[in-house]
Design a protein. Structure first.
Length: 43
């Protein structure tokens, strides 16, 4: 047991939660704005 690397699940769980929340906020921001499409008149 002493030879195993230090493992603390709270750090990994917190990081996972933070990444999920950041992804959710980015997705919501992208969903609110329509993508800019090139204007066909400029062809």
């Amino acid at each position: 047991m002493l030879k195993l690397p230090f493992y603390h699940p709270v750090i990994e769980e917190g990081l996972c939660t933070a990444l999920k929340e950041a992804n959710k906020k980015c997705f919501e921001a992208r969903a609110q704005t329509a993508p800019e499409l090139p204007n066909a008149a400029g062809c």
